[in-house]
Design a protein around this ligand. Sequence first.
Ligand code: ADE
Ligand code: ZN
Length: 326
Amino acid sequence: MTAPRPQFCELHLHIEGTLEPATIFDLARRQRLQLPYADEAELAAKYRFTDLQSFLDLYYANMVVLRTEDDFSLLAQAYLDRAAAAGIAHVEMFVDPQAHSERGIAERVVLRGLQRAIDEAAERHGISASIIACVVRDQPVDSAERMLDAVLDSGVPVIGLGLDSAEVGYPPSLFRSVFERAGEAGLHRVAHAGEEGPAEYIWEALDLLGAERIDHGIRALDDPRLVQRLVADRIPLTVCPLSSERLRVVDDLAELPLRQMLDAGLRVTLNSDDPAYFGGYLDDNVEAARRAFSLTADELALLARTSIEASFLSDDRKKELLRAGA
Ligand code: ADE
Ligand code: ZN
């Protein structure tokens, strides 16, 4: 008899990063939009990145096909169908409202579309999901402030505020006031930090933004005092193996300091980040990590448990999922 597969939560997933080449062409055809690529193969050939910015340029450009509430709903529906089929219990999905509002698409259109797919997926598959709106950190602070207002006014039950996009040169400290207001409004707070940027940005995310989880965070290992702090405060790190390899944060998956992180007692979770761009969804990331680090069944079960415990689910729902995976 094979051991049951542990149930994971996905805590670091950009919904726009699930936009597959086939969907881009499908949406473009429906909207009679001319894309700057002849076909899916020409687009897929561009999915070779030298760093975070080279990916972000394509990622934002491809969003041109996302215009209506139905488009966002279709995007999230396709992802959630796939996640449910892969046995994922719960997803906390990121979205970049500013990347759409700057193209004239209101935040409530984006959020309502995502929420509709979330509600339908819960009915169809029993999978749960919630939305974390991210500040696009290379846009001005007042744009982030306006985004937060629009999110809070949208009527959609967004659970958190995140921080993403180009990291180096955009320290978390820039967005202290936005995160302070988000905290006062009862939102959870998370931040990408220590992906390409220095350990100092992780300190800022914790101390100035009140981040409850750090997205990526792999540069934490450069600073032993920071590792101690993350361990002491039980701050989860949402690590994304295939992303870090494809964005050349590490030259090879085996160089990702996953073992060092686990050995240091850090609360690590595995995630997919932008699966359509980085060659795999959560199950592919788990499998890639299992192979690269020879993870045992016990270690995989620990990673799955940590993903449940590190989620923003209620304690009752966490207990239920932990019991189911025990
Ligand atoms: N937006 C989408 N994916 C991202 C990543 N890996 N880092 C920062 N911002 C992002
Ligand atoms: Zn990310």
